[in-house]
Design a protein around this ligand. Structure first.
Ligand code: CTP
Ligand code: MG
Length: 228
């Protein structure tokens, strides 16, 4: 089977509260989105990388992407939610993808994706029926709050993981799952709602999602201190 990357990048970055969508904020002299796209394009396992932009994206065309082409293909068909954006991308590549091909969905807002993250995910799921996702075990003690912000319970964390991306599933399974369940914040949730059980592949905390301004500083530190 082939491996296609789908990178949802049609969000507005409301929590970042910046002057432009966060995927275009500068990170080590490049728009943040370029880091993950370059890593995905350099991965020998991946055949093609589709970045899904909003219909009205005004930033993409301001940069030069020729060094990543023709493996990188921009599609201007993002939707109002992340799940809509991913589904629109899956529909757009229907002519190219076969049912059993793998799709790796990766957030544009995770710039510290490293080659070994991709290698491990693809290798460990190669013979899996369903697929799975990168994640890390929860480190903090977790509290469930009541409506007055009193602690109602301490949630045992031993079996809790934070979901990351890439999330890797078969094209047809992922498309059907997302067609059926639209109120989800990741692909795995849609697969779970379809009654299947994605596998958790242990990644590491460097693959963080840039949500708030502090995260951009952390990402810069991580990229600057990475070996190789
Ligand atoms: N995303 C998308 N289409 C949307 C919403 C989000 O493609 N309608 C993408 C974002 O561009 C990002 C990824 O999904 O790469 C993860 O979403 P998130 O971190 O929530 O980004 P935003 O939605 O842009 O940020 P916020 O929720 O703070 O507005
Ligand atoms: Mg969002």
């Amino acid at each position: 089977p082939k491996h296609f990357a789908i990178v949802p990048a049609a969000g507005s970055g409301a929590r970042m509260a910046s002057d432009r969508p966060k995927q275009y904020l500068p990170l080590l002299g490049q728009p943040m989105i370029r880091h993950a796209l370059a890593t995905l394009c350099a991965a020998p396992e991946i055949d093609k990388v589709f970045v899904i932009l909003s219909v009205g994206d005004a930033e993409w065309a301001r940069y030069d992407w020729r060094d990543l082409e023709p493996k990188l293909v921009p599609l201007f068909c993002g939707g109002p939610t992340r799940a809509d954006t991913v589904l629109a991308g899956l529909r757009a590549i229907a002519g190219e993808a076969s049912a059993a091909d793998w799709v790796l969905v990766h957030d544009a807002a995770r710039p510290c994706l490293a080659p070994w993250h991709i290698d491990k995910l693809v290798r460990e799921l190669a013979h899996d029926e369903v697929g799975g996702l990168l994640g890390v075990q929860v480190a903090d003690t977790l509290k469930r709050a009541d409506e007055h912000r009193h602690v109602a319970a301490t949630v045992p964390r031993d079996s809790l993981w934070q979901a990351q991306t890439p999330q890797m599933f078969r094209y047809i399974m992922l498309r059907r799952a997302l067609e059926g369940a639209r109120n989800v914040t990741d692909e795995a949730s849609a697969i779970e709602a379809a009654g299947l059980r994605p596998r958790l592949i242990e990644g590491d905390a460097t693959n963080l999602k840039v949500t708030y301004p502090l995260d951009l500083h952390l990402a810069e530190w991580i990229l600057n201190n990475r070996e190789g």
